[in-house]
Design a protein around this ligand. Sequence first.
Ligand SMILES: [Zn+2]
Length: 290
Amino acid sequence: MDQNIEKIKNILEESKNIVLVSGSEVTNEAGLNGLRAEHMVYDIEEKYGYSGEEIVTSQIYSRQVELFFDYYKEVILNRDKPVDTTIFDIAAKLEEYGKLKSIVTRMVYDFYQDAGCENVVNLYGSVEENRCPACGKVFGSRYIKKAKGTPKCDVCQVILRPGFTFFGELVDNTRLTKAADAIESADVLLVLGIPLKSQAWYSMLRYYEGNKLILINTEERNGDDRANYCAYGDIAEILKEVTDFEYKEEDRIAAEKARKEAKEKKEKEAKAAAEKKKEKEKKKAGAKKK
Ligand SMILES: [Zn+2]
């Protein structure tokens, strides 16, 4: 076995605080196009007269909404093959055993969540969260795909707003902070499918100051030497190799307990907040009566 692979495997086996950053090559390898669909740039220019990056903007959405949704359905939601879930399944297992703390991605699909991952930050939002701007009702990707022409809210008949951020728009601040915090506090930063010099990720990856930055990508790129350990090739296959260690049952039990406690704490807090709000409203109503 490759020395680097062995070393990466040891690091992952030992850590209980891995943060995974999932890039566009992961989306491509899984069989999806992403928002930009960089690998089909010529076909897209030919069909639409714009690049993907130009189409996913508020300008096109507001001025050429039919074109926007055609691209949404035919490119963003289209797959050339069934989705390969290997990477997502491995991430879910690492999370289940308390090894993986968070996943940060610009991917707009919920495949990590579908595999069972709970701590996912979709920086750019999700194709599963399209919203009616009038009533706020949320519609998933199937509704978009099935709609004849431009998808509208089934209650208000208003054209839906996509669940992802347009290019040229600011990414939601809460999501950014959550991602930055996770990366900053990571023991191991596991970067999949991103050239380390990538403009899109540069400012985010900067938050990691540790010395266990592992990069797994399809091919080597200029600037990758920032990583402490690299492996190149089929991302899913490499990930399978480097996580092929013994998972400990006691780790799973401990992680399950921690998840349960966190959930209970959250529920308690939500309940307390709701009661407080109720109390406040009661007081308000009482004051009005007087
Ligand atoms: Zn509506």
